[in-house]
Write a protein that binds this ligand. Structure first.
Ligand code: 3HC
Length: 295
């Protein structure tokens, strides 16, 4: 019987990693966050503190809870510090070679044989990450949604090799400790949500590209006509256009479905550094561009 998870590691403190670290710290876990440089670690800490402040100003957190959550967060630039972690969630950019290298290293460092080595990848088959390790039974997909403190879902993705113990541990952590709802998905690029969402986002981008309708009207149509909280172009900006492209590339690689291929306008925007909200410019312009351009 494995102990209850209380020591968590998060790899990457960008948009998703910071959100995951925040919800873990708010759920009373001791959280160690890895970034490649001290500057990126500092930017990650500020991102989390801003979000905790937002929690206080919207009445969801008391000032004491914010201080306690903040005290549970530590940062490092050394993966070697993750030896005692019971669960690690990787949330770096959507790049297979970077992720496989991290899994290879993590597997050597984390000592608990039942530790959960999870990836927040949106589209890379988890088996590929598992096979970078010598213990693929510890590797699982735990896919969170942006903004992580707000959206209640985690997709749990097991591979042919994930052990039942690790699956149960990951599911209990997401559900009972973080208070998230869990759905299961087969290990197919895009899992459930992105397999449905990304073709929709790409269709909206193709509509803009062909002059079918304006950015504003497409978004307005889906917000007012279908009661979506935001339209597909604003949502693409929120997810990050580089991330939308990376997911589309992976889904296309897996299924060879032409509708999954990123349209040229998306490629050009990413090449131009127009990555959406995080870079200050995507389909919309944003006044307060956040520091850094990591996912
Ligand atoms: N951190 C913490 N809380 C936040 C937050 C953040 N980053 N962003 C918003 N919130 C909270 C606000 O405090 C507010 O709380 P309240 O209602 O208690 O006051 C609530 O969320 C609503 O926020 P706002 O009033 O500022 O703004 P909106 O009502 O416009 O909601 C939104 C913003 C939550 C982003 C909403 O538009 C939304 O849910 N959009 C859809 C997002 C979505 O689809 N995400 C999934 C993307 S796909 C993905 O992540 C997978 C990946 O693999 C690509």
């Amino acid at each position: 019987m494995s102990e209850k998870i209380s020591r968590v590691g998060v790899i990457g403190a960008g948009q998703m990693g910071a959100g995951i670290a925040e919800v873990c710290a708010r759920a009373h876990a001791d959280v160690l966050v890895y970034e490649t440089t001290r500057e990126l670690a500092a930017a990650g800490r500020s991102r989390i503190l801003r979000s905790l402040d937002r929690g206080v100003s919207s009445g969801k957190l008391t000032e004491r809870e914010r201080e306690q959550a903040s005290a549970r967060l530590r940062f490092t630039t050394d993966l070697g510090d993750f030896a005692d972690r019971q669960m690690v969630c990787e949330a770096v950019i959507e790049d297979e070679s970077i992720k496989t290298e991290i899994f290879e290293q993590l597997d050597k460092v984390v000592t608990d044989p039942n530790a959960v080595l999870a990836s927040n990848t949106s589209s890379i088959p988890i088996m590929k990450l598992g096979m970078a390790t010598a213990n693929a039974d510890r590797v699982i997909g735990m896919h969170f949604f942006n903004p992580v403190p707000v959206l209640p879902l985690v997709e749990l993705v097991t591979t042919l090799m994930t052990s039942p113990e690790v699956t149960t541990r990951a599911e209990q952590f997401a559900r009972d400790i973080l208070g998230k709802e869990v759905v299961r998905s087969a290990d197919r690029s895009g899992f459930v949500v992105n397999a449905l969402l990304v073709p929709y986002l790409l269709s909206a981008i193709r509509m803009v590209e062909s002059g079918f309708a304006t950015v504003e009207d497409i978004d307005k149509a889906m917000v007012l006509g279908c009661a979506h909280p935001m339209g597909p172009l604003k949502l693409s900006d929120l997810v990050g256009l580089d991330t939308v492209k990376a997911i589309a590339d992976k889904m296309y690689e897996e299924f060879k479905e032409p509708l999954y291929a990123p349209p040229p306008v998306l490629l050009r925007m990413v090449e131009a550094g127009r990555l959406g909200k995080k870079s200050g410019h995507g389909f919309y312009k944003y006044e307060s561009a956040k520091a850094g351009v990591k996912n």
